[in-house]
Design a protein around this ligand. Structure first.
Ligand code: NDP
Length: 481
Protein backbone atom coordinates (compact mmCIF):
# COMPACT_ATOMS: atom_id res chain seq x y z
CA UNK A 1 0.00 0.00 0.00
CA UNK A 2 1.77 3.13 -1.24
CA UNK A 3 -0.17 6.38 -0.79
CA UNK A 4 -0.42 8.61 -3.88
CA UNK A 5 0.69 11.60 -1.72
CA UNK A 6 3.73 12.14 0.46
CA UNK A 7 2.65 11.38 4.07
CA UNK A 8 5.80 12.97 5.49
CA UNK A 9 4.42 16.40 4.59
CA UNK A 10 1.77 18.65 6.08
CA UNK A 11 -1.06 20.14 4.00
CA UNK A 12 -1.35 23.89 4.54
CA UNK A 13 -2.86 26.56 2.31
CA UNK A 14 -3.61 24.07 -0.45
CA UNK A 15 0.01 22.91 -0.70
CA UNK A 16 1.98 19.91 0.51
CA UNK A 17 5.10 21.03 2.34
CA UNK A 18 7.64 19.74 4.88
CA UNK A 19 6.79 20.52 8.49
CA UNK A 20 8.63 23.38 10.17
CA UNK A 21 10.76 21.09 12.35
CA UNK A 22 11.68 18.85 9.40
CA UNK A 23 11.26 15.70 11.51
CA UNK A 24 9.02 12.67 11.13
CA UNK A 25 7.29 10.06 13.28
CA UNK A 26 7.02 6.33 12.54
CA UNK A 27 3.75 4.84 11.39
CA UNK A 28 3.07 1.27 12.51
CA UNK A 29 0.93 -1.48 11.01
CA UNK A 30 -0.94 -2.82 14.08
CA UNK A 31 -1.46 -6.17 12.34
CA UNK A 32 2.29 -6.84 12.19
CA UNK A 33 3.98 -4.31 14.47
CA UNK A 34 6.13 -3.25 11.52
CA UNK A 35 6.89 0.31 10.48
CA UNK A 36 5.04 1.07 7.25
CA UNK A 37 6.11 4.64 6.71
CA UNK A 38 6.65 7.97 8.37
CA UNK A 39 4.50 11.03 8.93
CA UNK A 40 5.34 14.66 9.60
CA UNK A 41 5.82 15.73 13.20
CA UNK A 42 4.00 19.03 12.90
CA UNK A 43 4.29 21.48 15.79
CA UNK A 44 3.08 24.93 16.88
CA UNK A 45 4.76 26.60 13.89
CA UNK A 46 2.81 24.45 11.43
CA UNK A 47 -0.40 24.95 13.40
CA UNK A 48 0.16 28.70 13.31
CA UNK A 49 0.77 28.61 9.55
CA UNK A 50 -2.36 26.48 9.10
CA UNK A 51 -4.52 28.88 11.13
CA UNK A 52 -3.16 31.81 9.11
CA UNK A 53 -3.90 29.97 5.85
CA UNK A 54 -7.44 29.26 7.09
CA UNK A 55 -7.95 32.92 8.03
CA UNK A 56 -6.73 33.97 4.57
CA UNK A 57 -9.15 31.50 2.97
CA UNK A 58 -12.05 33.05 4.88
CA UNK A 59 -11.03 36.52 3.70
CA UNK A 60 -10.51 35.27 0.14
CA UNK A 61 -11.94 32.80 -2.34
CA UNK A 62 -13.39 30.32 0.19
CA UNK A 63 -15.19 32.99 2.21
CA UNK A 64 -16.75 34.42 -0.97
CA UNK A 65 -18.40 31.18 -2.11
CA UNK A 66 -22.15 30.78 -1.85
CA UNK A 67 -23.62 27.98 0.23
CA UNK A 68 -24.62 26.17 -2.98
CA UNK A 69 -21.04 26.40 -4.28
CA UNK A 70 -19.67 24.96 -1.03
CA UNK A 71 -22.23 22.16 -1.27
CA UNK A 72 -21.16 21.33 -4.83
CA UNK A 73 -17.51 21.09 -3.73
CA UNK A 74 -18.48 18.67 -0.95
CA UNK A 75 -20.50 16.56 -3.39
CA UNK A 76 -17.52 16.44 -5.74
CA UNK A 77 -15.28 15.46 -2.82
CA UNK A 78 -17.69 12.64 -1.94
CA UNK A 79 -17.46 11.38 -5.54
CA UNK A 80 -13.67 11.38 -5.36
CA UNK A 81 -13.81 9.46 -2.07
CA UNK A 82 -15.96 6.82 -3.78
CA UNK A 83 -13.62 6.68 -6.78
CA UNK A 84 -10.72 5.96 -4.38
CA UNK A 85 -12.76 3.33 -2.54
CA UNK A 86 -10.27 0.45 -2.63
CA UNK A 87 -7.19 2.57 -1.89
CA UNK A 88 -8.85 4.29 1.07
CA UNK A 89 -10.21 1.03 2.49
CA UNK A 90 -6.82 -0.66 2.26
CA UNK A 91 -5.11 2.39 3.78
CA UNK A 92 -7.50 2.50 6.75
CA UNK A 93 -7.36 -1.27 7.29
CA UNK A 94 -3.55 -1.22 7.27
CA UNK A 95 -3.18 1.92 9.39
CA UNK A 96 -5.88 1.21 12.01
CA UNK A 97 -5.78 -2.59 11.89
CA UNK A 98 -9.51 -2.94 11.28
CA UNK A 99 -10.80 -5.84 9.15
CA UNK A 100 -11.04 -4.81 5.50
CA UNK A 101 -14.84 -4.97 5.29
CA UNK A 102 -15.13 -2.64 8.30
CA UNK A 103 -12.71 -0.23 6.62
CA UNK A 104 -14.84 -0.39 3.45
CA UNK A 105 -17.88 0.57 5.53
CA UNK A 106 -15.95 3.60 6.75
CA UNK A 107 -15.22 4.73 3.18
CA UNK A 108 -18.92 4.44 2.39
CA UNK A 109 -19.68 6.54 5.48
CA UNK A 110 -17.14 9.21 4.53
CA UNK A 111 -18.61 9.53 1.02
CA UNK A 112 -22.09 9.66 2.54
CA UNK A 113 -21.09 12.46 4.97
CA UNK A 114 -19.81 14.49 2.01
CA UNK A 115 -23.06 13.81 0.17
CA UNK A 116 -25.26 14.62 3.18
CA UNK A 117 -23.47 17.85 4.11
CA UNK A 118 -23.01 18.81 0.46
CA UNK A 119 -26.76 18.53 -0.01
CA UNK A 120 -27.50 20.35 3.25
CA UNK A 121 -25.13 23.31 2.77
CA UNK A 122 -27.72 25.56 1.11
CA UNK A 123 -30.66 24.41 3.22
CA UNK A 124 -29.71 25.95 6.56
CA UNK A 125 -32.08 28.83 7.10
CA UNK A 126 -32.68 31.51 9.65
CA UNK A 127 -36.01 32.71 11.01
CA UNK A 128 -38.07 35.84 10.95
CA UNK A 129 -39.24 36.78 14.42
CA UNK A 130 -42.54 38.61 15.04
CA UNK A 131 -41.67 41.77 17.01
CA UNK A 132 -42.84 45.30 17.67
CA UNK A 133 -44.38 47.38 14.91
CA UNK A 134 -41.74 49.19 12.92
CA UNK A 135 -39.21 46.35 13.15
CA UNK A 136 -38.28 43.45 10.92
CA UNK A 137 -36.21 40.88 12.80
CA UNK A 138 -34.46 37.86 11.33
CA UNK A 139 -31.63 35.49 12.17
CA UNK A 140 -28.56 34.48 10.16
CA UNK A 141 -26.42 31.38 10.62
CA UNK A 142 -22.79 32.33 10.08
CA UNK A 143 -19.57 30.30 10.20
CA UNK A 144 -17.50 30.57 13.40
CA UNK A 145 -14.37 31.23 11.33
CA UNK A 146 -11.37 28.93 11.77
CA UNK A 147 -12.40 25.63 13.36
CA UNK A 148 -9.97 23.20 15.02
CA UNK A 149 -10.62 19.46 14.72
CA UNK A 150 -8.80 16.79 16.74
CA UNK A 151 -9.70 13.25 15.76
CA UNK A 152 -8.61 9.91 17.21
CA UNK A 153 -7.24 6.80 15.52
CA UNK A 154 -10.23 4.46 15.80
CA UNK A 155 -12.47 5.79 12.99
CA UNK A 156 -10.46 8.50 11.20
CA UNK A 157 -12.62 8.59 8.06
CA UNK A 158 -15.96 8.55 9.84
CA UNK A 159 -15.00 11.21 12.36
CA UNK A 160 -13.42 13.43 9.71
CA UNK A 161 -16.58 13.08 7.61
CA UNK A 162 -18.95 14.13 10.37
CA UNK A 163 -16.78 16.91 11.74
CA UNK A 164 -15.03 18.44 8.72
CA UNK A 165 -18.03 17.80 6.43
CA UNK A 166 -20.39 19.84 8.61
CA UNK A 167 -17.83 22.57 9.32
CA UNK A 168 -17.05 23.10 5.63
CA UNK A 169 -20.73 23.04 4.68
CA UNK A 170 -21.29 26.02 7.01
CA UNK A 171 -18.34 27.92 5.50
CA UNK A 172 -15.76 27.50 8.25
CA UNK A 173 -12.10 27.00 7.36
CA UNK A 174 -10.71 23.91 9.08
CA UNK A 175 -7.43 22.91 10.70
CA UNK A 176 -7.33 19.17 11.35
CA UNK A 177 -4.91 17.38 13.70
CA UNK A 178 -5.32 13.64 13.13
CA UNK A 179 -4.03 11.05 15.62
CA UNK A 180 -0.39 10.17 15.25
CA UNK A 181 -1.24 6.41 15.33
CA UNK A 182 -3.47 6.54 12.23
CA UNK A 183 -3.61 9.55 9.97
CA UNK A 184 -3.11 8.33 6.40
CA UNK A 185 -6.74 8.70 5.37
CA UNK A 186 -6.83 12.22 6.87
CA UNK A 187 -3.95 13.13 4.57
CA UNK A 188 -5.63 11.36 1.64
CA UNK A 189 -8.81 13.33 2.34
CA UNK A 190 -6.83 16.58 2.23
CA UNK A 191 -5.43 15.65 -1.17
CA UNK A 192 -8.87 14.69 -2.48
CA UNK A 193 -10.20 18.06 -1.26
CA UNK A 194 -7.42 19.71 -3.27
CA UNK A 195 -8.37 17.65 -6.32
CA UNK A 196 -12.06 18.50 -5.81
CA UNK A 197 -11.18 22.19 -6.12
CA UNK A 198 -11.51 23.44 -2.55
CA UNK A 199 -9.78 26.84 -2.42
CA UNK A 200 -6.40 26.94 -0.64
CA UNK A 201 -6.73 27.12 3.15
CA UNK A 202 -10.31 25.83 3.39
CA UNK A 203 -8.93 22.57 4.81
CA UNK A 204 -5.49 22.21 6.39
CA UNK A 205 -4.09 19.00 7.90
CA UNK A 206 -1.18 18.93 10.36
CA UNK A 207 -0.24 15.52 11.79
CA UNK A 208 1.94 15.40 14.89
CA UNK A 209 1.89 14.57 18.57
CA UNK A 210 -1.11 15.37 20.73
CA UNK A 211 0.77 17.43 23.28
CA UNK A 212 2.64 19.33 20.55
CA UNK A 213 0.49 19.96 17.46
CA UNK A 214 -2.77 19.07 19.25
CA UNK A 215 -2.16 21.32 22.24
CA UNK A 216 -0.97 24.14 19.95
CA UNK A 217 -4.22 23.93 17.98
CA UNK A 218 -6.44 24.04 21.07
CA UNK A 219 -4.49 27.00 22.49
CA UNK A 220 -4.36 29.05 19.29
CA UNK A 221 -6.24 32.36 19.70
CA UNK A 222 -7.20 32.35 16.01
CA UNK A 223 -9.31 29.18 16.39
CA UNK A 224 -12.99 30.01 16.99
CA UNK A 225 -14.44 26.55 17.63
CA UNK A 226 -12.94 23.24 18.77
CA UNK A 227 -14.20 19.78 18.03
CA UNK A 228 -12.58 16.84 19.83
CA UNK A 229 -13.15 13.08 19.93
CA UNK A 230 -11.05 10.95 22.26
CA UNK A 231 -10.40 10.20 25.91
CA UNK A 232 -11.93 11.91 28.95
CA UNK A 233 -8.49 13.04 30.16
CA UNK A 234 -7.54 14.76 26.92
CA UNK A 235 -11.09 16.08 26.57
CA UNK A 236 -10.65 17.92 29.88
CA UNK A 237 -7.46 19.55 28.56
CA UNK A 238 -9.23 20.57 25.35
CA UNK A 239 -12.12 22.08 27.29
CA UNK A 240 -9.69 23.96 29.56
CA UNK A 241 -7.92 25.38 26.49
CA UNK A 242 -11.28 26.36 24.99
CA UNK A 243 -12.17 28.09 28.26
CA UNK A 244 -8.96 30.08 28.12
CA UNK A 245 -9.86 31.46 24.67
CA UNK A 246 -13.61 31.50 25.42
CA UNK A 247 -14.51 29.45 22.35
CA UNK A 248 -17.24 26.81 22.00
CA UNK A 249 -16.16 23.19 22.12
CA UNK A 250 -17.75 19.90 21.12
CA UNK A 251 -16.47 16.88 23.07
CA UNK A 252 -17.20 13.26 22.19
CA UNK A 253 -15.52 11.12 24.82
CA UNK A 254 -16.71 7.55 24.56
CA UNK A 255 -18.85 5.56 26.94
CA UNK A 256 -19.91 2.37 28.67
CA UNK A 257 -23.03 1.89 26.59
CA UNK A 258 -25.61 -0.70 27.70
CA UNK A 259 -28.02 -2.89 25.75
CA UNK A 260 -31.06 -3.91 27.83
CA UNK A 261 -32.56 -7.29 26.98
CA UNK A 262 -36.02 -7.78 28.52
CA UNK A 263 -37.75 -11.13 28.90
CA UNK A 264 -40.11 -10.24 26.03
CA UNK A 265 -37.21 -9.48 23.64
CA UNK A 266 -36.70 -11.12 20.26
CA UNK A 267 -33.33 -12.65 21.16
CA UNK A 268 -32.82 -14.10 17.67
CA UNK A 269 -32.93 -10.58 16.29
CA UNK A 270 -30.91 -9.08 19.13
CA UNK A 271 -28.05 -11.58 19.22
CA UNK A 272 -25.90 -10.28 16.32
CA UNK A 273 -26.27 -6.71 17.61
CA UNK A 274 -25.40 -7.74 21.17
CA UNK A 275 -22.12 -9.26 20.01
CA UNK A 276 -21.12 -7.03 17.09
CA UNK A 277 -21.60 -3.82 19.03
CA UNK A 278 -18.94 -5.06 21.44
CA UNK A 279 -16.34 -6.44 19.05
CA UNK A 280 -16.58 -4.13 16.01
CA UNK A 281 -13.19 -2.49 15.43
CA UNK A 282 -11.88 -4.71 18.26
CA UNK A 283 -14.09 -2.84 20.72
CA UNK A 284 -12.23 0.41 20.04
CA UNK A 285 -15.44 2.28 19.33
CA UNK A 286 -16.76 5.22 21.32
CA UNK A 287 -20.29 3.84 21.00
CA UNK A 288 -19.27 0.23 21.65
CA UNK A 289 -21.80 -1.65 23.73
CA UNK A 290 -19.62 -2.99 26.52
CA UNK A 291 -22.45 -3.82 28.96
CA UNK A 292 -25.22 -6.32 28.19
CA UNK A 293 -28.01 -6.13 30.78
CA UNK A 294 -30.36 -9.13 30.70
CA UNK A 295 -33.59 -9.71 32.65
CA UNK A 296 -32.88 -12.63 34.94
CA UNK A 297 -35.52 -14.89 33.32
CA UNK A 298 -33.46 -14.99 30.10
CA UNK A 299 -29.97 -14.61 31.54
CA UNK A 300 -28.91 -18.25 31.08
CA UNK A 301 -30.21 -18.37 27.51
CA UNK A 302 -28.57 -15.08 26.43
CA UNK A 303 -25.32 -15.99 28.18
CA UNK A 304 -25.12 -19.35 26.43
CA UNK A 305 -25.97 -17.93 23.00
CA UNK A 306 -23.48 -15.08 23.33
CA UNK A 307 -20.82 -17.52 24.56
CA UNK A 308 -21.41 -19.68 21.50
CA UNK A 309 -21.03 -16.62 19.25
CA UNK A 310 -17.84 -15.61 21.07
CA UNK A 311 -16.27 -19.07 20.64
CA UNK A 312 -16.78 -18.69 16.88
CA UNK A 313 -14.99 -15.31 16.66
CA UNK A 314 -11.71 -15.34 14.76
CA UNK A 315 -8.98 -12.75 15.27
CA UNK A 316 -6.20 -11.96 12.81
CA UNK A 317 -4.64 -9.37 10.50
CA UNK A 318 -6.80 -6.64 8.99
CA UNK A 319 -6.37 -7.85 5.43
CA UNK A 320 -7.50 -11.38 6.39
CA UNK A 321 -10.86 -9.70 7.03
CA UNK A 322 -11.92 -11.83 10.00
CA UNK A 323 -14.33 -10.84 12.78
CA UNK A 324 -11.73 -8.94 14.78
CA UNK A 325 -8.37 -7.33 13.98
CA UNK A 326 -5.55 -6.20 16.27
CA UNK A 327 -5.72 -3.33 18.73
CA UNK A 328 -4.13 -0.09 17.56
CA UNK A 329 -0.90 -0.34 19.59
CA UNK A 330 1.11 -2.27 22.15
CA UNK A 331 0.04 0.39 24.66
CA UNK A 332 -3.66 -0.19 23.96
CA UNK A 333 -3.11 -3.95 24.24
CA UNK A 334 -1.47 -3.43 27.65
CA UNK A 335 -4.43 -1.33 28.81
CA UNK A 336 -6.94 -4.00 27.75
CA UNK A 337 -4.92 -6.88 29.23
CA UNK A 338 -4.54 -5.09 32.52
CA UNK A 339 -8.34 -4.68 32.64
CA UNK A 340 -8.77 -8.39 31.83
CA UNK A 341 -6.49 -9.28 34.71
CA UNK A 342 -9.14 -7.81 37.04
CA UNK A 343 -11.54 -10.65 36.19
CA UNK A 344 -11.42 -13.92 38.07
CA UNK A 345 -10.95 -16.86 35.60
CA UNK A 346 -14.34 -18.21 36.74
CA UNK A 347 -15.96 -14.99 35.50
CA UNK A 348 -14.65 -15.44 31.94
CA UNK A 349 -17.53 -17.11 30.13
CA UNK A 350 -16.06 -17.43 26.63
CA UNK A 351 -13.25 -16.14 24.41
CA UNK A 352 -12.69 -15.89 20.69
CA UNK A 353 -9.59 -17.29 19.06
CA UNK A 354 -6.48 -15.49 17.82
CA UNK A 355 -5.29 -17.39 14.74
CA UNK A 356 -2.04 -19.28 15.25
CA UNK A 357 -0.56 -17.70 12.14
CA UNK A 358 -1.42 -14.12 13.15
CA UNK A 359 1.87 -12.15 12.99
CA UNK A 360 3.61 -12.27 16.37
CA UNK A 361 4.29 -8.52 16.36
CA UNK A 362 0.57 -7.67 15.97
CA UNK A 363 -1.43 -6.40 18.94
CA UNK A 364 -4.03 -9.16 19.22
CA UNK A 365 -6.38 -9.77 22.13
CA UNK A 366 -8.99 -12.53 22.06
CA UNK A 367 -12.54 -11.13 22.50
CA UNK A 368 -13.68 -11.89 26.02
CA UNK A 369 -17.17 -12.28 27.50
CA UNK A 370 -17.41 -11.79 31.25
CA UNK A 371 -20.24 -12.45 33.70
CA UNK A 372 -20.81 -12.60 37.46
CA UNK A 373 -19.53 -9.11 38.28
CA UNK A 374 -21.14 -6.53 40.49
CA UNK A 375 -22.35 -3.52 38.40
CA UNK A 376 -19.92 -1.36 40.38
CA UNK A 377 -16.88 -3.45 39.35
CA UNK A 378 -14.31 -1.47 37.37
CA UNK A 379 -14.82 -3.77 34.36
CA UNK A 380 -18.49 -2.77 34.39
CA UNK A 381 -17.84 0.92 34.98
CA UNK A 382 -14.79 2.03 32.99
CA UNK A 383 -14.25 2.31 29.24
CA UNK A 384 -11.89 -0.55 28.34
CA UNK A 385 -11.67 0.18 24.60
CA UNK A 386 -11.05 -3.41 23.66
CA UNK A 387 -13.14 -6.48 22.65
CA UNK A 388 -14.55 -7.08 26.11
CA UNK A 389 -18.21 -7.28 27.12
CA UNK A 390 -19.74 -7.69 30.55
CA UNK A 391 -23.08 -9.44 31.13
CA UNK A 392 -25.15 -8.13 34.04
CA UNK A 393 -28.53 -9.50 35.20
CA UNK A 394 -31.44 -7.27 36.25
CA UNK A 395 -34.77 -8.00 37.95
CA UNK A 396 -37.24 -5.50 36.50
CA UNK A 397 -37.49 -2.20 34.64
CA UNK A 398 -36.52 -0.14 37.67
CA UNK A 399 -33.45 -2.25 38.30
CA UNK A 400 -32.50 -2.08 34.60
CA UNK A 401 -32.64 1.72 34.56
CA UNK A 402 -30.62 1.94 37.78
CA UNK A 403 -27.82 -0.25 36.41
CA UNK A 404 -27.92 1.26 32.90
CA UNK A 405 -27.66 4.82 34.25
CA UNK A 406 -25.14 3.83 36.91
CA UNK A 407 -21.90 4.91 35.21
CA UNK A 408 -20.31 8.31 34.63
CA UNK A 409 -20.99 7.98 30.89
CA UNK A 410 -24.07 8.49 28.73
CA UNK A 411 -23.46 8.03 25.01
CA UNK A 412 -25.70 5.29 23.63
CA UNK A 413 -28.23 2.80 25.03
CA UNK A 414 -30.56 0.27 23.48
CA UNK A 415 -33.71 -1.54 24.59
CA UNK A 416 -34.73 -4.97 23.32
CA UNK A 417 -38.41 -5.51 24.17
CA UNK A 418 -41.69 -6.08 22.36
CA UNK A 419 -43.61 -3.89 24.85
CA UNK A 420 -44.24 -0.51 23.19
CA UNK A 421 -45.01 1.24 26.47
CA UNK A 422 -41.76 0.04 27.98
CA UNK A 423 -39.84 1.21 24.91
CA UNK A 424 -41.28 4.71 25.28
CA UNK A 425 -40.71 4.85 29.06
CA UNK A 426 -37.11 3.75 28.76
CA UNK A 427 -36.35 6.01 25.82
CA UNK A 428 -37.09 8.86 28.24
CA UNK A 429 -35.43 7.45 31.33
CA UNK A 430 -32.12 6.22 29.91
CA UNK A 431 -29.29 8.69 30.32
CA UNK A 432 -27.76 8.77 26.85
CA UNK A 433 -27.44 10.94 23.75
CA UNK A 434 -28.92 8.22 21.55
CA UNK A 435 -31.42 5.48 22.46
CA UNK A 436 -32.10 2.63 20.05
CA UNK A 437 -35.26 0.53 20.29
CA UNK A 438 -34.88 -3.03 18.99
CA UNK A 439 -31.64 -2.21 17.17
CA UNK A 440 -28.23 -0.82 18.00
CA UNK A 441 -26.49 1.98 16.14
CA UNK A 442 -28.91 2.22 13.20
CA UNK A 443 -26.07 1.22 10.86
CA UNK A 444 -24.06 4.34 11.67
CA UNK A 445 -26.79 6.83 10.87
CA UNK A 446 -25.01 9.75 9.19
CA UNK A 447 -28.31 11.66 9.45
CA UNK A 448 -28.78 11.07 13.19
CA UNK A 449 -27.49 13.61 15.76
CA UNK A 450 -24.83 12.01 17.94
CA UNK A 451 -23.08 12.92 21.18
CA UNK A 452 -23.27 12.27 24.87
CA UNK A 453 -24.04 13.48 28.34
CA UNK A 454 -21.92 13.26 31.48
CA UNK A 455 -18.39 11.98 30.86
CA UNK A 456 -19.37 11.09 27.28
CA UNK A 457 -19.09 14.79 26.45
CA UNK A 458 -21.37 17.50 25.15
CA UNK A 459 -22.42 19.07 21.87
CA UNK A 460 -23.80 17.13 18.93
CA UNK A 461 -22.24 16.00 15.67
CA UNK A 462 -23.80 14.22 12.71
CA UNK A 463 -27.13 14.99 11.10
CA UNK A 464 -28.49 18.47 10.58
CA UNK A 465 -27.84 19.31 14.22
CA UNK A 466 -24.09 19.52 13.55
CA UNK A 467 -24.69 22.39 11.14
CA UNK A 468 -26.08 24.44 14.02
CA UNK A 469 -23.05 23.57 16.16
CA UNK A 470 -20.66 24.64 13.43
CA UNK A 471 -22.34 28.04 13.02
CA UNK A 472 -23.07 31.09 15.14
CA UNK A 473 -26.52 32.65 15.22
CA UNK A 474 -26.80 36.34 14.49
CA UNK A 475 -30.00 38.31 15.16
CA UNK A 476 -30.69 41.28 12.87
CA UNK A 477 -33.30 43.82 13.99
CA UNK A 478 -34.14 46.44 11.36
CA UNK A 479 -36.10 49.54 12.44
CA UNK A 480 -38.00 51.08 9.58
CA UNK A 481 -40.37 53.46 11.31
P1 NDP B 1 -6.43 10.73 23.30
O1 NDP B 1 -7.70 11.30 23.77
O2 NDP B 1 -5.21 11.16 24.02
O3 NDP B 1 -6.24 11.04 21.73
C1 NDP B 1 -7.24 11.54 20.89
C2 NDP B 1 -6.69 12.68 20.04
O4 NDP B 1 -6.28 13.75 20.88
C3 NDP B 1 -5.46 12.29 19.23
O5 NDP B 1 -5.49 12.98 17.99
C4 NDP B 1 -4.33 12.82 20.10
O6 NDP B 1 -3.15 13.02 19.37
C5 NDP B 1 -4.92 14.11 20.59
N1 NDP B 1 -4.30 14.65 21.78
C6 NDP B 1 -3.61 13.99 22.74
N2 NDP B 1 -3.19 14.87 23.70
C7 NDP B 1 -3.63 16.10 23.34
C8 NDP B 1 -3.53 17.40 23.92
N3 NDP B 1 -2.88 17.63 25.06
N4 NDP B 1 -4.12 18.43 23.28
C9 NDP B 1 -4.79 18.24 22.13
N5 NDP B 1 -4.90 17.03 21.52
C10 NDP B 1 -4.33 15.98 22.12
O7 NDP B 1 -6.60 9.15 23.32
P2 NDP B 1 -5.49 8.00 23.19
O8 NDP B 1 -5.18 7.80 21.77
O9 NDP B 1 -4.33 8.31 24.10
O10 NDP B 1 -6.29 6.73 23.76
C11 NDP B 1 -6.44 6.53 25.16
C12 NDP B 1 -7.86 6.14 25.52
O11 NDP B 1 -8.76 7.15 25.07
C13 NDP B 1 -8.38 4.87 24.87
O12 NDP B 1 -8.01 3.75 25.59
C14 NDP B 1 -9.87 5.10 24.91
O13 NDP B 1 -10.39 4.74 26.17
C15 NDP B 1 -10.01 6.59 24.73
N6 NDP B 1 -10.34 6.96 23.33
C16 NDP B 1 -11.63 7.22 23.03
C17 NDP B 1 -11.97 7.50 21.73
C18 NDP B 1 -13.39 7.76 21.34
O14 NDP B 1 -13.75 7.53 20.20
N7 NDP B 1 -14.20 8.28 22.21
C19 NDP B 1 -10.99 7.50 20.65
C20 NDP B 1 -9.65 7.25 21.08
C21 NDP B 1 -9.36 6.98 22.39
P3 NDP B 1 -2.00 11.87 19.33
O15 NDP B 1 -2.69 10.56 19.27
O16 NDP B 1 -1.28 12.19 18.09
O17 NDP B 1 -1.19 12.03 20.57
Amino acid sequence: MTPWFDPTQVFIGGRWQPCAGGTTLPLENPSTGEEIGRIARGDHRDIDAAVQAAEAALQGEWGALTAAERGRLLLHLGQLVSEHFDALAEMEATDVGKPLQQAKNDVIALARYCEFYGGAADKVMGETIPFQNGFTVYTLREPHGVTGHIVPWNYPMQIIGRSIGAALAMGNACVLKPAEEACLTALAFADLARQAGFPPGALNVVPGLGDEAGAALTAHPGVRHLSFTGSVGTGRKVQAAAAENLVPVTLELGGKSPQLVFKDADVDKALPFLVNAGIQNAGQTCSASSRILVQRDRMDEVTERMAEAYRALRVGPAMADLNVGPLISARQKDIVESYLSLADPSEVIARGEVLDNAPKGGHYVAPTLISGLDPDHRLAQEEIFGPVQVLLPFEDEEDAVRIANGTAYGLVASVWSSDGGRQMRLAKRLRAGQVFLNNYGAAGGVELPFGGVGHSGHGREKGFEALYGFSALKTVAAHHG
